[in-house]
Design a protein around this ligand. Structure first.
Ligand code: ATP
Length: 328
């Protein structure tokens, strides 16, 4: 692989039990991400097509990225991640190259989860305004190529990329059928021609592409079609029980005394998981400040108590709201 590849192998393990609540979502993720990677033969025997792509959507800070990391940890597969900011480049053809390299690396390191964070910034709806983003169109085309198992050669010239962009409309309007040869196929296994671009043999069977977004409405419909990111999983904000579970996980890492987590959970409506983590941190800092101001700061007597949370709640505000949640 060329130098400068922007996608990273994430080595930070995440355990399922470090995620509070979200039991249904965890089960759905296990089914759609873990099963195809761990038990492809079993699925084949039941004539069940394995998922190729999953979209996790929902409000910010509610665990989308962490859930995918947990899936990768639990099935011991490579976790490659890429965000919009890592892809955009002012150099012609560079963004597409980064995407193609990410897929190539995913195939080389398979079984693998290839994760696109904030995928709406990569494959957002195409605008009718000309020139809005030729780059975005080409990124979309590259993603569609790769997801359809066609894959573009990394050594293709930039004039060839032009064709990719022009073909985006046709690709976007095509229903991709992975079991059958799609409309773009020339019928030759592993070697296909797309608008003059010779493309190489690819095997996506052990790669699952996962996208995460807070704005599912902004995604181009083409990326959501069958055979692409066709499994859509909503990751909701934590309810009271979920909030208590998240608080429990966070508090268990701290020295604490006489905490009423039910009470805190009841007073943290519209807090995301990230907000709750922040709240616990703020309560911990409040405890440290309190002891420090009394000149008694030492590890033995330091612990977080209910009134520290009460103070923290005055400073940490929820990032979610009724309005924001209504869009999901
Ligand atoms: P964004 O949409 O802003 O990228 P996200 O939905 O991907 O956010 P994460 O990045 O997974 O959210 O989570 C943000 C932080 O909040 C992480 O540190 C994560 O551990 C914590 N967090 C969120 N929800 C939970 C949860 N249910 N249990 C434990 N920790 C959580």
């Amino acid at each position: 692989l060329k130098k400068g590849l922007s996608c990273q192998v994430d080595l930070q393990p995440v355990l399922w039990n470090s995620i509070g609540g979200l039991d249904d979502v965890k089960a759905e993720i296990q089914q759609s991400i873990e099963w195809p990677l761990l038990h492809p033969d079993a699925l084949r025997r039941m004539d069940l097509a394995a998922t190729k792509g999953v979209l996790l959507y929902g409000p910010p800070g509610c665990c989308k990225t962490t859930l995918v990391r947990a899936a990768a940890t639990s099935c011991h597969v490579t976790f490659l991640s890429l965000s919009g900011a890592q892809v955009y480049s002012p150099y012609v053809g560079e963004s597409e190259r980064i995407i193609s390299e990410a897929f190539q690396k995913a195939r080389a390191l398979s079984p693998c989860i290839l994760f696109f964070d904030e995928i709406d910034s990569l494959v957002g709806k195409r605008s009718t305004k000309s020139g809005q983003s030729r780059v975005q169109e080409r990124i979309l085309a590259t993603m569609l190529n790769e997801m359809d198992g066609i894959g573009t050669r990394l050594d293709m010239k930039t004039d060839a990329l032009k064709h990719t962009s022009e073909s985006v409309e046709r690709m976007a309007n095509s229903e991709c059928d992975t079991t059958d040869k799609g409309p773009l196929s020339n019928g030759v296994e592993g070697c296909e021609i797309l608008d003059g671009i010779k493309v190489s043999e690819v095997d996506m069977s052990h790669v699952i592409v996962v996208g995460a977004t807070n704005r599912p409405d902004m995604l181009d419909a083409a990326i959501l079609r069958p055979g692409r990111l066709d499994r859509h999983i909503y990751v909701p904000p934590p309810d009271a029980e979920g909030r208590k579970a998240i608080l429990n996980i966070q508090v268990s890492k701290m020295s604490s005394k006489d905490l009423d987590l039910d009470h805190i959970s009841d007073h943290t409506e519209y807090f995301s998981g990230a907000d709750l983590k922040n709240l616990c941190r703020e309560a911990g800092l409040t405890a440290v400040r309190e002891l420090s101001s009394q000149g008694q700061l030492n590890a033995e007597s330091l612990c977080v108590r209910q009134h520290h949370f009460a103070t923290a709640l005055e400073n940490v505000r929820p990032s979610l709201s009724k309005n924001l949640l209504q869009q999901y």
